[in-house]
Ligand binder design. Structure first.
Ligand code: HEM
Length: 535
């Protein structure tokens, strides 16, 4: 029983037996009992007291009491849409099969259904969508080989390069555990002790930290993956989404003006565009690098705080994605959606990127807690293809993933008694050789400031002004030790960058304008007014 969007819904068939109290629009409870009074609880006399055997009331209230599941520990606020991915069959002007055997890419015009969830990272499920924050860009491809999730962000790099630091990073950005208020001092306390974050901070405090909406922003896989071809040979890849709608970012002032009137503007924009038939579209591109350490580069290709320079590693188009259907029910499809970096198909592989490996444990771990151990049986998460496993039980199992000819008694493998068998290996396995001492050490080519300086210099002047204003507003009220560490690091990125932040802080302290506010917010009325279209 599926609705027009392909979601399974529990709508009774026309010939489902009805009691003689019922017509097709009669309210029932979850046991199928027709409800004759939905206005009055059962009481002793019409003034009460209420009695405990009020089954309908107790069921209705206790289901309501459980309507929420834990929100995502990060990326709590989001919006989703369905659509499709269409392959070009090529990567740039070469056949894509040269680099990957992943089936969804091979044939020109081949379509794969997708579900996308966009999000903000730090605040909860109903927080304003105008906040300075990276935006999530998670895509689930329902391929013929099973699901592939590409869990990315709008920005192409990240704050840290070691997954052990992720909980600390998030704690610093989340509200103070005592006051429950986000505090720039806590953020810059962490950042000033984590110089690898300087590149990301440079993007985040510029207009790139507040995309105008979800349709006019880029997406990126951020971490480095591998593509594997039929011969088992691998290359390193980075994934990118380029919006056909162009890119638009907001100044702090623009964002505050929108937020004053509408804190759901990005969800509304996405939903209404799709309802109006104005379907957003992104081109899908990859950057490719040979699978080695690349000693000629001044950074490590597996370091997710770095961009791969486009002149050396061009963006090569591989396909396009169109979003053309809104979810029918937010909770069923968007809230319960579960994406993870471990969800790959044949022809796609992990790289040794430490962050990617740390993330891969975290997603399915949190989803077993957040949604439940059978989260993969929910229609939004289940592959749109045959699933046959020997896994049974767990909370809320509602069906058995049995193979067509599988003996239902045989939930183990190997077996001679019509159990499930292993699949045939197609394509040569990719078997990289790994060797080394077990250590706890940072990578060699950290180069924490070089690309942050390049990014600063490549910005337009209005973007640099915005960046400086937002940084100064957030840093001004911070502890002097944090300010001086930050200024020292801005100088290391770029002389002009350091000078302008230092001057801004000096002026702020002379005017004594500093009160602690959410990131970027205070004094923003001095910032340039325009939001410029780019791309
Ligand atoms: C969501 C962990 C880094 C993008 C999540 C969630 C966790 C998590 C636990 C919640 C998932 C859920 O409840 O379903 C981590 C860890 C990281 C990390 C441990 C680093 C070690 C990143 C990076 C990116 C990213 C680098 C960008 C490429 C996302 C997105 C979501 C998400 C887009 C939301 C997915 C959705 O819409 O459901 N992350 N994350 N994360 N993460 Fe990460």
């Amino acid at each position: 029983n599926e609705d027009k969007l392909g979601n399974s819904i529990n709508r009774p068939e026309a010939d489902t037996p009805k009691s003689d109290q019922e017509s097709t629009d009669t309210l029932t409870n979850r046991q199928g009992h027709p409800v004759t009074d939905n206005q009055n609880v059962r009481t002793v006399g019409n003034r009460g007291p209420v009695t405990l055997e009020n089954y309908d009331f107790l069921e209705k209230i206790s289901h309501f009491d459980r309507e929420r599941i834990p929100e995502r520990v990060v990326h709590g606020r989001g919006a989703g849409a369905h659509g499709y991915f269409e392959a070009y069959g090529t990567v740039g002007d070469e056949p894509v099969s040269k680099y990957t055997r992943a089936k969804l890419f091979q044939e020109k015009g081949k379509k794969t259904p997708v579900f996308v969830r966009f999000s903000t990272v730090i605040h909860g499920t109903h927080s304003p969508e105008t906040l300075r924050d990276p935006r999530g860009f998670a895509v689930k491809f329902y391929t013929e080989d099973g699901n592939w999730d590409l869990v990315g962000n709008n920005l192409k790099i990240f704050f840290i390069r070691d997954p052990l630091k992720f909980p600390d990073l998030i704690h610093a950005f989340k509200p103070d555990p005592v006051t429950n208020i986000q505090d720039g001092e806590r953020i810059f306390d962490f950042i000033s002790n984590s110089p690898e974050a300087m590149h990301m901070i440079t993007f985040l405090f510029s207009p790139w930290g507040i995309p105008a909406n979800y349709r006019q922003m880029q997406g990126s896989g951020v971490n480095t993956y591998r593509w594997v071809n039929e011969a088992g040979e691998a290359v390193l890849v980075k994934y990118h989404w380029e919006p056909k709608q162009g890119i638009k970012n907001l100044t702090q002032t623009d964002a505050e003006q929108i937020q004053a009137k509408n804190f759901n503007h990005a969800t509304q924009d996405l939903y209404e565009s799709i309802e109006n038939g104005d379907y957003p579209e992104w081109e899908f591109l990859v950057q490719i690098m040979s699978d080695d350490e690349h000693p000629e580069l001044d950074f490590d290709p597996l370091d997710d705080t770095k961009l791969w320079p486009e002149d050396k590693f061009p963006w090569l188009p591989v396909g396009r994605m169109v979003l053309d259907r809104n979810p029918q029910d937010y909770f069923t499809e968007v809230e319960q959606a579960a994406f993870g970096t471990g969800v790959l198909v044949d022809g796609l592989d992990f790289s040794d990127d430490k962050m990617l490996q740390g993330r891969t444990f975290s997603y399915s771990d949190t989803q077993r807690y957040r949604v439940g151990p059978n989260y993969l049986q929910l229609p939004i998460n289940a592959p749109k293809k045959r699933v046959a496993t020997n896994q049974r039980g767990g909370q809320m199992q509602y069906k058995v993933d049995l193979g067509e000819n599988q003996n239902p008694h045989v939930n183990y493998e190997p077996s001679t008694l019509d159990g499930l068998k292993e699949a045939k290996q197609t394509g040569k396995p990719h078997t990289p050789y790994v060797e080394g001492n077990l250590v706890r050490e940072p990578i060699d080519r950290t180069n924490n400031f070089g690309q942050a300086g390049d990014t600063y210099r490549h910005m337009e002047e209005w973007e640099r002004e915005e960046l400086i204003t937002n940084l100064v507003n957030t840093l001004a009220p911070c502890d002097e030790r944090i300010k001086s560490k930050m200024v020292e690091m801005f100088y290391k990125c770029d002389e002009d960058y350091g000078k302008r932040v230092e001057e801004g802080l000096r002026n702020a302290s002379a005017n004594n304008t500093s009160t602690r506010e959410p990131i970027g917010a205070e004094g923003a009325e001095d910032a340039p007014q325009q939001a410029e279209e780019k791309g």
